[in-house]
Design a protein around this ligand. Structure first.
Ligand code: B12
Ligand code: SF4
Length: 493
């Protein structure tokens, strides 16, 4: 059998980093880990090819080559998913669809031959056996949450390493918390399951073997969801990094209660964690209460500072549109983001994702308008907010305009560099040639061609004078700032 694995195209969102990637000559931020994992579960004798539409186009010849096409995708990739399915069906191919979009959507997908709902570790083997017997079903629904011991080492070798700016691995799935808007706990459950230490190290070895060096995103919903196991993992991770001369710098997602655990923080620092993404959502207590986000308690600004003091840049998600948001919510979000020195603040409008507690409540209250686009930054609402909708969208846009104004953004970046100015276990590895080439492109684009070039030169001056040790980080931040500004011009103005 010849299997074609397809990751459909993403629109331009915060996380696409599309306007920052050309500085590094990369096409996409991260590889489709779900498909790399699915590939590792297919029979070894099958031939396989991966086409990530975010890296290269899908040629008719690739579809014609295949006996079976396996497609993944999130809600935000819906349009492209439908397009890929249409093209494959036109060429008479057997089409299999899995991943978060199909798992949570309320729509019918009549053209697809086989649908996988939820995780595939137990259902894919069942499908393969059915396929061989000629009795393959249309829908495979994972009955339970599979133990991650069943998850094989992803086929990293299928991904075109040169096209991505980071690689991904996953340690755990699920999160113990209970945020009202969250679909993670509906899809992956509230009991975080982890891989074994051996599995994790085997995945890192595999990345090393395919030649990867640099950023590795540990794509957990909440890396510290299962603290007991994380505590066991971290010393081993540090030992592995030391043995291999620190080939990777880790980035992950965690809940803000990470700040309460200094031991965990220092172990993460030692293992080489350079960045962490937190779900802060809002500085307004009543809105946090409404969102059932009880873990975001205490002084959130101090929590952010604590994490930064361990050398980790804090990235965070913020939301406006809660029923309890006061009139001055937009100003409060702006000051919080400013004071917390979080350069990459992902601000979004509250979105009701299918099958979440929020979705069910809004449905009961008759406030649901329809399925969301999955992109919480494009100024579309899929429910009737308590605040006047026009005012909410205008307020949201005012946050975006303000926080990504070059003067504001560069100030936050410098503040963040100052707070994270901690000796990392090893200096981040920079490939001298590609580092220099990216730097030249950055100088030309931001320092010569851009209308905001003055702000850039001021930032560069400060970065060289005060944060020379963190120079690669400061250039990455400059590139990211450009991405957010461009995105903002598209959505926010
Ligand atoms: C890493 C990640 C990203 C990365 C990279 C994604 C990529 N290149 O694939 C980045 C940071 C880019 C990202 C961005 C976004 N993300 Co994201 N992301 C994740 C995260 C944390 C992990 C995904 C992952 O790699 N999992 C590991 C693999 C092994 O698991 P998996 O993909 O689920 O695959 C398993 C099964 O689903 C199944 N499966 C998957 N595909 C297929 C296909 C077939 C054929 C079969 C049989 C089975 C199968 O088998 C696998 C093994 O069990 C998930 C949360 C999560 N826990 O999954 C959110 C998640 C997927 N992201 C989400 C969202 C909303 C976004 C954004 C839209 C956010 C935004 N507003 O900007 C953006 C959009 C993307 C973009 N580029 O613009 C949502 C999707 C919701 C939905 N219902 O669609 C999730 C679920 C998080 C959440 N709570 O909302 N994301
Ligand atoms: S902390 Fe994050 S992953 Fe956990 S329930 Fe809340 S939003 Fe979901």
């Amino acid at each position: 059998m010849k299997a074609l694995l397809v990751n459909p195209e993403f629109p331009d969102t915060y996380w696409s980093f599309r306007h920052a990637l050309p500085f590094e000559r990369k096409r996409c931020a991260f590889p489709p880990l779900g498909l790399l994992t699915v590939s590792a579960m297919l029979p070894p004798a099958w031939e396989r090819k991966l086409v990530d539409l975010n890296v290269r186009s899908l040629k008719a010849s690739a579809i014609e080559w295949a006996d079976i096409v396996l497609i993944t995708g999130m809600l935000v990739q819906k349009e492209s998913i439908h397009e890929v399915v249409r093209r494959c069906k036109e060429l008479g191919k057997r089409v299999v669809l899995g991943g978060p979009y199909v798992t949570t959507t309320i729509e019918d997908l009549p053209d697809v031959d086989h649908i996988f709902l939820g995780e595939a570790e137990t259902t894919l083997p069942e499908f393969l056996a059915d396929l061989e017997r000629g009795t393959a079903k249309r829908t495979y629904q994972a009955a339970d949450k599979p133990p991650l011991a069943l998850t094989p080492v992803p086929h990293f070798q299928l991904a075109d390493m040169k096209g991505y700016s980071a690689m991904s691995v996953q340690y755990s799935r699920g999160c113990p918390f209970n945020c009202e808007f969250c679909d993670i706990i509906e899809i992956y459950g509230r009991v975080p399951r982890t891989k074994s230490i051996q599995q994790m190290l085997a995945e890192l070895e595999a990345l090393l073997k395919v030649g990867w060096r640099g950023t590795v995103f540990i794509v957990d919903d909440n890396f510290i969801g299962n603290k007991k196991n994380v505590r066991r993992l971290l010393p081993e991770l540090t030992r592995w990094q030391e043995q291999h001369d620190f080939p990777f710098s880790f980035l992950t997602e965690a809940s803000i209660n990470l700040a309460d655990d200094e031991q965990l923080l220092s172990e993460m620092q030692r293992a080489g964690f350079g960045r962490v993404f937190l779900g802060i959502e809002t500085p307004v207590e009543a809105s946090l209460h409404e969102a059932q986000k009880s873990q975001n308690r205490g002084n959130l600004l101090e929590s952010v500072k604590k994490i930064q003091s361990y050398g980790m840049e804090v990235m965070a998600g913020f939301i406006v549109g809660f029923d309890n948001d006061p009139d001055d919510i937009f100003e409060r979000q702006i000051s919080f983001i400013r004071d917390s020195a979080i350069p990459l603040a992902m601000v979004g409008l509250l979105t009701a994702l299918p099958d979440t507690q929020l979705w069910r409540r809004l449905e009961r209250e008759g406030r649901l308008v329809g399925e969301s686009t999955g992109n919480n930054t494009n100024c579309s609402l899929n429910f009737v907010p308590r605040m006047d909708a026009t005012r909410l969208i205008e307020g949201y846009q005012s946050i975006m305009r303000t926080i990504y104004k070059p003067s504001e953004y560069y100030r936050r970046s410098l503040d963040s560099l100052k707070r994270t100015a901690q000796a990392l276990p090893r200096p981040a590895r920079v490939d001298l040639l590609s580092g220099l080439a990216s730097f030249t492109r950055l100088i030309v684009k931001l320092g010569v061609l851009d209308r905001e070039r003055r702000e850039f030169w001021r930032f560069l001056g400060h970065a060289i004078a005060r944060h020379r040790d963190q120079f690669p980080q400061s250039m990455r931040l400059a590139a990211m700032g450009y991405h957010f500004r461009k995105l903002n011009e598209a959505y926010g103005e």
